[in-house]
Design a protein around this ligand. Structure first.
Ligand SMILES: Cc1cc2nc3c(=O)[nH]c(=O)nc-3n(C[C@H](O)[C@H](O)[C@H](O)COP(=O)(O)OP(=O)(O)OC[C@H]3O[C@@H](n4cnc5c(N)ncnc54)[C@H](O)[C@@H]3O)c2cc1C
Length: 388
C-alpha cells in the first residue's frame, strides 16, 4: 500500500494543473489518467480542441510554471474581442486595457496545455503518474481514502480530487448527483483560413440556432467553434468542403475574405451541468466533473482553473490531517465555487436563450442588451469573468 497526500483522478487540463498546484503546495501527489498521453511536438498536426485561457488564469499558469512548458509557437495571444448579432447588426467590442494587462488571454490547443502540466509534473520527485488506469474502488478509512486501481495497485491519501470531466465515475461512486440540462446543440470544431480577418482578435457572431466563435491561431488560421442545433450538425460534418465554407461564411455574416477549410471536423454535445455538491467526505470535485457551461464565452477551463485556485487557498497539510478543519475548508470551497459557477453558467444560459431564436420579443432586447452592455460596467464583468 503506497501513501500520498493527494490523489487526482483525471489527467486532463484541470486534473494535471491541480496536480501541479498540489506539488507547489508541498504535497505529494498521485495522478491517474485513463488514457495515454500522446506527445505533441512543434510540427505535430493541430488538435481540434482549442481553449481561450483568460489573462488572470495565464497568470496562474505562470506562477505554477506551467506556462513556461507550453510550446510557444503553438499559442496565440488575443487583445480584442468583437461580438455581433447577425439579425440586428448590434455589436460590442472588448479591447484590453494595456495599462493593466498584456492581452485578454491566450488561445491554445488543449493537449499543449496538458502536456505542459505533465512536463512540470515529471520534473518533480513528489508526483507519480499512472497512465491507462482508473480507480476500481474507493473506501473511507479513518481520516484517509483508500483506492484500488484497475492494475491492482492500492493507495491511501488524505484527499481524492475527481477531475475526470463530465462523466466522472468517482463522482458517481461517491453518490454525488448532477443536474444536466441539454442545450440540444452540438459544438462543431475545425480550422479554417480567413483571408481578411483581423489578427489578435477573437470573433463571435450570433445567429438563429447558435453562435459561431472564430479564434485566431496563427497568421490567417483560425479555430472555429460553431454551435448548431443537434439535427443540423451532422449535415455540416458530412457536407463537402465548398458547402461547408459557404455555411461558415453565412454564419459569420461579415466579409472576412476567402474562407478555406484546413482540417477535419468534429462535434461535441453541449449541456449545462451542475453537481449538487462539490465534496463528499474526502472526495472533492473540480472542473467539468463539478460543472459544465455553454462554450459561447469560452469559460469551461477558466472556471476549472478558478476551482483549483480556490481549493488550494483553503487546503494545506494541516487541514488535510484534521477531519474538522478539512470539512470546514471544503465547505468554504464549495460555497465560493457554487456561487461563482452559478453566476457564470446562468449568464451563459441567458445569452444562449436570448440569441438562439427569432422570437419577436427577444430581437429588440438583443439590440438594446448589446448597446447597453457596450456602455456599462457589465462589459468589465465579461472581461473579468474570464478570469474567475
Ligand atoms: C466545443 C467546445 C469548445 C470549448 N471551448 C472552450 C474555451 O474556449 N475555453 C474554455 O475555458 N473552455 C472551453 N470549453 C470547455 C472545456 O473544454 C472544458 O471545460 C474542459 O475540457 C474541462 O477540463 P477537465 O480537465 O475538467 O475535463 P476533461 O477535459 O474532460 O478531462 C478529463 C480527463 O480525465 C480523464 N478521465 C475520464 N474518466 C477517467 C477515469 N475514470 N479515471 C481516470 N481518468 C479519467 C480523461 O481521459 C481526460 O483526460 C469548450 C468545450 C467544448 C465542448
Amino acid at each position: 500500500m503506497k501513501r500520498v497526500d493527494v490523489i487526482i483522478s483525471g489527467g486532463g487540463m484541470i486534473g494535471s494543473i491541480a496536480a501541479v498546484a498540489a506539488i507547489e503546495a508541498g504535497l505529494s501527489v498521485l495522478l491517474i489518467e485513463a488514457n495515454k498521453l500522446h506527445e505533441i511536438k512543434l510540427d505535430s498536426p493541430r488538435n481540434l480542441r482549442v481553449s481561450a485561457i483568460s489573462w488572470d488564469n495565464i497568470q496562474t499558469l505562470m506562477k505554477l510554471k506551467v506556462f513556461d512548458e507550453l510550446i510557444f509557437e503553438r499559442i496565440q495571444a488575443y487583445s480584442h474581442m468583437q461580438v455581433w448579432d447577425n439579425r440586428t447588426n448590434a455589436d460590442i467590442d472588448f479591447t484590453v486595457d494595456f495599462s493593466e494587462q498584456a492581452c485578454l488571454g491566450y488561445l491554445m490547443e488543449n493537449n499543449n496545455l496538458v502536456q505542459a502540466a505533465w512536463k512540470k509534473l515529471k520534473k518533480s520527485d513528489n508526483c507519480d503518474i499512472v497512465e491507462e488506469n482508473t480507480i476500481r474502488s474507493i473506501e473511507n478509512e479513518g481520516s484517509q481514502v483508500r483506492i484500488s486501481l484497475s492494475n491492482g495497485d492500492q493507495y491511501k491519501s488524505r484527499l481524492l480530487i475527481a477531475a475526470e470531466g463530465r462523466n466522472s465515475s468517482v463522482r458517481q461512486s461517491v453518490g454525488i448527483k448532477t443536474q444536466e440540462i441539454p442545450y440540444h446543440q452540438k459544438g462543431l470544431v475545425a480550422y479554417v483560413q480567413l483571408e481578411k480577418a483581423p489578427t489578435e482578435t477573437a470573433l463571435q457572431a450570433f445567429n438563429k440556432g447558435g453562435p459561431i466563435g472564430i479564434l485566431p491561431i496563427k497568421d490567417k488560421q483560425f479555430s472555429i467553434v460553431w454551435s448548431l442545433p443537434e439535427e443540423q450538425c451532422q449535415h455540416w460534418l458530412d457536407c463537402d468542403q465548398t458547402e461547408f465554407e459557404e455555411g461558415v461564411k453565412q454564419a459569420i455574416g461579415k466579409d472576412l475574405g476567402k474562407i478555406t477549410l484546413l482540417s477535419k471536423r468534429a462535434a461535441f454535445p453541449l449541456t449545462q451541468l451542475y453537481a449538487n455538491k462539490y465534496f463528499e467526505n474526502r472526495v472533492v470535485l473540480c472542473g467539468d466533473t463539478a460543472h459544465g457551461v455553454h462554450p459561447l464565452a469560452g469559460q469551461g477551463v477558466n472556471l476549472g482553473i478558478g476551482d483549483i485556485k480556490q481549493l488550494f487557498e483553503v487546503i494545506d497539510i494541516k487541514s488535510l490531517k484534521d477531519d474538522d478543519l478539512l470539512r470546514l475548508a471544503l465547505r468554504k470551497y464549495q460555497r465560493r465555487r457554487i456561487s461563482q459557477v452559478t453566476e457564470t453558467s446562468e449568464m451563459m444560459s441567458a445569452l444562449h436563450h436570448l440569441f438562439k431564436d427569432d422570437n419577436h420579443i427577444k430581437k429588440p432586447l438583443r439590440t438594446i442588451g448589446l448597446k447597453l452592455l457596450n456602455n456599462s460596467p457589465l462589459k468589465k464583468w465579461f472581461i473579468s469573468q474570464a478570469g474567475s
